[in-house]
Design a protein around this ligand. Structure first.
Ligand code: SF4
Length: 153
């Protein structure tokens, strides 16, 4: 399930990737991730997390602590691919404006192309009645070289 967004032009936020390495001192998302991380040192030892060939974290299922509570950001603001979130846009019953990666820079230099390529088809999974608006995805690209090359809101 996607989180409802408080941003006026978005209905939901969708975070198949979380984390960012820009380390902006004013970052709200980093503070949120820290608040929702639980014990990062303990979490990193869990076999729920695995690493890809780049040494980046992958979660195939929601991370749960020892009490069974879901921990959204078990490694704080380090980059994570949440594979179990990929199907979420396709599960929407009605078209929506979806903020992509409010808790990450999806196009940061550390993000492998495979993560971006994996999240792209997930955007096209929902099929609504012919003639109805489809989901609208809002991407916010923070790297200058992307600006002007791809749609940027
Ligand atoms: S998510 Fe945005 S504000 Fe936060 S560290 Fe990355 S670029 Fe900076």
């Amino acid at each position: 399930m996607m989180n409802r967004s408080r941003i006026e032009y978005c209905n939901f936020s969708w975070n198949p990737v979380t984390g960012c390495r820009h380390s902006c001192p004013y970052c709200y998302a980093a503070k949120q991730a820290k608040r929702l991380s639980g014990d990062v040192r303990v979490n990193k030892g869990s076999n729920q997390l695995r690493k890809d060939e780049n040494g980046l974290y992958i979660l195939d299922n929601p991370f749960r602590n020892q009490s069974g509570k879901v921990i959204p950001d078990p490694v704080g603001f380090e980059p994570v691919m949440h594979r179990y979130r990929l199907e979420m846009p396709a599960q929407k019953k009605k078209p929506a404006n979806i903020f992509v990666c409010s808790m990450a820079d999806l196009f940061g230099v550390w993000v492998p192309d495979s993560w971006i390529d994996t999240s792209e088809p997930a955007r096209h999974g929902a099929h609504f009645e012919e003639g109805r608006k489809n989901n609208d995805f809002k991407d916010f690209k923070k790297r200058e070289e992307y600006h002007g090359k791809q749609e940027c809101f």
